[in-house]
Design a protein around this ligand. Structure first.
Ligand SMILES: C[S@@+](CC[C@H](N)C(=O)[O-])C[C@H]1O[C@@H](n2cnc3c(N)ncnc32)[C@H](O)[C@@H]1O
Length: 459
């Protein structure tokens, strides 16, 4: 096991290590933010449990680590309301800060749980028995298997009968495990196996992929347990960020989060096969996912109203749970709708001022555009909006009238920008002025429908 300093040296630059150590108060911490090399080029990002499962648009661990080191001390509470695969939680745990991870995606919370649960070596013996049993059954299957119904999508064609059978044998053997934590980590190994098959479109040796995954997870957890202190608490909640039901008011010392982007990707679609095989019910997630784009097909700008309303509610809840004077870092990229650039970070900065936050900094960072999930031309660059809670927000997440008023204002200024500078996305240059004029009409229509589009049905 490496010492704390050796470990830091392997994941952070020299300047960061030196400057983080010199920070004495919040004011000097804000100054240090300007000196960080935010692209963290050539540093490791897939260390320890971070490598357990791929996850679209996750952030690199150095982002939460930087904020945790600069703005909290040991024993403080860090929250990520859009925790995804748990990057913030792992970094908090490694740094002995308690953490709360919230996400509505049940697969996300399962992965986060496994990544932050050290397991004693003794209990890992159960896995040896599990693997032997699965291997035997795959050779001579006598089980009456109950297959999940796969959706009518092209991806389903990747799975032939032999593959379906092998995956199902693995799943049913996992279901028979009594040990909850071994059960969870086996499910994550299976889910990661399914993703590997989908991404490579190859399932020649499913058992071997599963064995490699489960061995990697168990070996890594053994190593991880050396770095974490059992007294550090990690709470993981499967809930909606617009209503942080299980998080107490004025209890959080830092928020570091990256919310979904507007009109970029639907997580429930990306994870549908994993969730189906794992037997997860994802209907609540499908209905309430923020940033999804499977509706408003004729006027995509209505997705923007909906997104801003959802984000404003989430930010009101973030304000509620934070202690006064504490910091909230929101990482978000630009996206585009119908050839118009959507600068979400600017909307967040404007909205934050109405709900008790002060904008302290906006940090620009280069993102790796070769990444599969960013290569669709919709997402350009990434920004970190750094806020400080100055006072309690006077409005609740339920205040539809207030939400509609703020979102309308944002859309009106967006409409002015589109009028003055139409087609501002990368692809906008290739479109006729006539086509772009239609966007102003669509934004007008979105403004008229704001009250309707920002509605939130709490479940
Ligand atoms: C950009 S990802 C976060 C990735 C995370 N920072 C990580 O490193 O893994 C955004 C997350 O928001 C979640 N999400 C979408 N709608 C949500 C909602 N209504 N409530 C809570 N989480 C939601 C998605 O499931 C996804 O995990």
């Amino acid at each position: 096991m490496m010492s704390e300093l050796e470990f830091e040296k392997s994941i952070l630059g020299q300047t960061e290590i030196k400057r983080f150590a010199q920070v004495t108060n919040t004011k000097s911490a804000f100054d240090v933010l300007d000196e960080v090399s935010w692209d963290f080029k050539d540093t490791k990002t897939q260390y320890l449990t971070h490598r357990f499962h791929s996850y679209p648009a996750r952030f690199i661990p150095q982002i939460p680590r930087t904020f945790i080191k600069l703005f909290t001390k040991k024993g403080d509470v860090v929250l990520d309301p859009f925790a995804g695969c748990g990057t913030t939680l792992v970094e908090s745990q490694l740094l002995n800060r308690h953490s709360i991870g919230n996400d509505l995606n049940p697969l996300a919370t399962l992965i986060s749980k496994v990544k932050t649960t050290p397991i004693s070596t003794k209990r890992l013996e159960i896995i040896t028995v599990l693997l032997e049993k699965i291997e035997k059954e795959i050779k001579s299957n006598n089980r009456k298997l109950k297959f999940p119904k796969l959706p009518n999508r092209n991806i389903s064609n990747i799975f032939n009968d032999r593959m379906l059978e092998e995956i199902q044998i693995i799943k049913e053997n996992i279901d028979e495990l009594d040990d909850k934590e071994i059960f969870n980590l086996s499910l994550v190994a299976l889910s990661s196996t399914i993703r590997a098959i989908i991404e490579s479109e190859n399932g020649d040796n499913i058992l071997q992929i599963f064995k490699n995954k489960i061995n990697m997870i168990t070996e890594t957890l053994k190593e991880y347990s050396k770095y974490v202190d059992n007294q550090t608490k990690v709470s993981i909640i499967t809930a909606d960020s617009r209503r942080l039901k299980n998080v107490e008011s004025n209890s959080v010392d830092l928020i570091v989060t990256s919310p979904p982007y507007v009109n970029a990707l639907d997580y429930y679609r990306v994870h549908m096969y994993n969730m189906l095989w794992l037997g997860m019910n994802y209907s609540a997630f499908k209905q309430n996912e923020i940033g999804g784009h499977s509706h408003h097909l004729f006027n995509r700008f209505r997705l923007l109203s909906e997104y801003l309303g959802d984000m404003l509610r989430s930010m009101i809840e973030m304000n509620r749970v934070m202690k006064k004077g504490k910091v909230c870092a929101i990482v978000v990229g630009n996206s585009s709708i119908d050839y118009e650039l959507i600068e979400s970070y600017k909307h967040f900065m404007n909205m934050a001022k109405f709900i008790g936050f002060e904008v302290k900094k906006t940090i620009f960072r280069n993102i790796d555009k070769s990444s599969k999930y960013f290569s669709n031309g919709k997402i350009d660059d990434e920004f970190i909006v750094v806020l400080q809670k100055m006072k309690d927000c006077e409005h609740s997440y339920k205040d539809d009238e207030f939400i509609a008023k703020v979102v309308r204002k944002e859309l009106e200024s967006f409409r002015e920008r589109v009028k003055n500078n139409p087609g501002s996305s990368t692809r906008g240059k290739h479109v006729t002025a006539e086509r772009l004029k239609k966007n102003v009409d669509k934004i007008d229509e979105a403004i008229k429908n704001v009250e309707k589009d920002i509605k939130f049905v709490e479940v």
